[in-house]
Write a protein that binds this ligand. Structure first.
Ligand SMILES: Nc1nc2c(c(=O)[nH]1)N[C@H]1C(S)=C(S)[C@@H](COP(=O)(O)OP(=O)(O)OC[C@H]3O[C@@H](n4cnc5c(N)ncnc54)[C@H](O)[C@@H]3O)O[C@H]1N2
Ligand code: MOO
Length: 399
């Protein structure tokens, strides 16, 4: 048997793919375009954030030591204003949320707990020490790391960069991606299939799966089962793509050309993974390190293969740690017959009063895209000798 036809476990396949990731170079990107990118530098705060003590309430700035006595109103402090105003013993200043605490004041009483008449402020009870004050450095201290290299830039992380005064950041370059659907039977979605034909759904499903991963899509097309056409695609695209994704032609058929062509132009690392769906997934690398995923033609197999191997690769190329989908322990609502490979069962998981339950979305055929469209999770069921039982706790990957 060809060594490459040996089945490898999904874990071993993941480790192999991961070992072939080399970081893309970093580029400087403006703040407004950083959403979802992966930070390629460590950003450190140059100041305390916030830089001054400020009120967190609309109310009166006073001195706590004065106790419960009425205060004489000596002025007001609005957000964005910093003046000579000072609060002395027995005095109060009107203050709004976010305004700097005036000199002399050391606590703020919110307006609901006060009454102001004729320049005199009456408090309900004694104010506590340093109440309702946002201290300098409360969010970040000078010299503290705002975000580490490898951080996936969420809205909050971008807000922190802005607060720290950054207008640009270094992030991993967007991976250049090309997609090719292969198969003589395929026609465009806008066409009416002739006898024996079907519409190419994989190209559009895979394009959609790239959403949010910062892919710079260079090409997405369809090729018939013609070795010259497919070879030309592979060589052309290897020149300008970091990741090539193909669908179809990786199994045992006489017209499964991708399986034959990939070893001609790249180094194949595996082509059989012990998983269902997606067993004949082929992974190869080109001379310049381009990563090639020969996904199976079956629509569910190609998307599950994308989930497991391509999605994390795209983010890892940009510098993120190998990003796995979150998993939950869920309770099966019915028995499931195990198979001899790790089974990625399309399922709906629901929050029930006693925890999460999981129900498979019907027939799990790998050409039945509806089973995946209806799912919000993939149950990860390793091969077992005995059936999984209703009530068993299993891992669910949230998709
Ligand atoms: N003798 C064997 N035959 C097969 C094996 C095997 O181990 N021994 N494995 C099966 C498994 S598992 C899978 S998965 C498929 C994968 O086959 P290929 O990657 O070669 O894919 P194709 O044969 O080209 O297509 C399979 C299926 O998917 C449809 N298809 C293809 N491309 C698209 C597309 N872009 N959009 C929608 N549908 C597509 C195609 O028409 C076929 O029905 O091999 C099994 N065979
Ligand atoms: O691996 Mo195939 O995807 O089982 O049908």
């Amino acid at each position: 048997m060809d060594e490459l036809d040996r089945l490898i476990s999904p874990g071993a396949a993941t480790a192999l793919v991961r070992s072939k990731v080399s970081l893309l170079p970093a580029e400087s990107v403006p703040l407004a375009e950083l959403a979802g990118r992966v930070l390629a530098e460590s950003v450190v705060s140059e100041d305390d954030l916030p830089p001054f003590p400020a009120s967190t309430m609309d109310g009166y700035a006073v001195r706590a030591a004065d106790g419960e006595v009425d205060r004489r109103l000596v002025g007001d402090r609005f957000a964005g204003k910093m003046d000579e105003l000072t609060v002395g013993p027995g005095e109060a200043a009107y203050i709004t949320t976010g305004a700097p605490l005036p000199a002399g004041a050391d606590t703020v009483v919110k307006v609901e707990l006060t009454e102001e008449t004729g320049g005199v402020v009456r408090l309900q009870g004694s104010p506590g020490d340093r109440k309702n004050i946002r201290e300098p450095g409360h969010d970040l201290r000078k010299g503290e790391e705002v975000a580490a290299a490898g951080t996936l830039l969420t809205p909050a992380a971008i807000g922190l960069l802005a607060a720290a005064g950054r207008t640009t950041a270094l992030v991993g370059r967007r991976p250049r991606v090309s997609i090719l659907s292969t198969g003589d039977e395929l026609v465009e979605p806008g066409e009416r299939p002739g006898p024996g034909q079907i519409r190419d759904s994989n190209r559009f499903a895979l394009l959609a799966a790239l959403n949010g991963l910062n892919a710079d899509v260079r090409y997405a097309g369809l090729a018939p089962d013609n070795a010259d056409r497919q070879r030309a695609f592979l060589t052309d695209r290897l020149a300008d793509s970091d990741v090539l994704i193909t669908s179809g032609g990786v199994s045992m058929g006489r017209k499964d050309l991708m399986k034959q062509l990939l070893p001609e132009i790249a180094t194949v690392h595996f082509r059989q993974v012990s998983m269902r769906p997606g067993k004949p997934i082929t992974f190869a690398t080109g001379g310049d390190g381009a990563m090639i995923f020969g996904l199976p033609g079956n629509p569910v197999s190609s998307l599950v293969g994308f989930e497991l191997f391509v999605r994390p690769t795209l983010l890892a190329l940009q510098g993120a740690a190998w990003p796995e989908r979150p998993r939950l322990l869920v309770r099966l609502s019915h028995d499931v017959q195990p198979v001899q490979r790790t089974d990625y069962v399309r399922a709906i998981i629901r929050r029930e009063p006693d925890g999460w339950s999981a129900t498979a979305t019907g027939d799990q055929g790998s050409s039945r895209l509806a089973s995946l469209a209806a799912a919000n999770a993939l149950l990860v069921l390793p091969p077992e000798n005995t059936p999984y039982k209703a009530g068993d706790l299993v891992d669910a990957m949230l998709i």
